[in-house]
Design a protein. Sequence first.
Lengths: 74, 169
Amino acid sequence: MPTKLTINCTTGERAEVEMTAEEVAQQEADASAFAEEQAARQAQEAAAAEAKASAQAKLKALGLTDAEIEALIK
Amino acid sequence: MATHNLIQTVTVGAGGAASVEFTSIPQTYTDLLVLYSLRGSQAQVYTQATLTFNASSTGYYWKMLQGTGTSIGNQAVTNGSSIGGFNGTGSSATANTFGNLRLYIPNYASSQFKSCSINDVLETNASTTYMALVAAVWNNTNAITTITITGANNWVQHSSASLYGIKNT
């Protein structure tokens, strides 16, 4: 079972205790939601990178130099 | 003039800990500030972190804005079971680096809903890293007595948290 480090701010007492079943379930649910959100974010970043590369290729095909393209996207 | 009083500070030991929790927080200040230095064992550049108050798993509303150095992202959650959207440094980041997080909670002892803000900057020697801002509300009128931050796996040794009470003296 994962552990939790607790600090009682009134007494200063510190303890390392096992997380409860509810806390572990919460941790797993949060991890699942995080993985889902992370996958969506990475897909969004990949799509943006792909669109940028495509746009640069089209600009180059129109005759713009790399320096001109760089100036446009900055 | 507002003074910052260190209430407690804690450093994770050799075995790591999945969660770090301040309990029995004194109700004698106006605001709370927690400074975290976190590195998780999750094998990514950044690792999930979640926050709860008083061990409650309901009523959290939050909005996150994130920058990576090359892109931006955002996320919003209504009536969630915790506050997320911010991160600690993960184990794929440069060795021995830790993420910096700052949590600010105004009027934590009031009988109104509780707002808070979080900002984090992760550390790694690479072109892509992560920084985030989170604004959150906990729809609960109880005074905050417990603050818990939980990782995806373990917070590794030397991760730390310092809780400050702020009052006008």
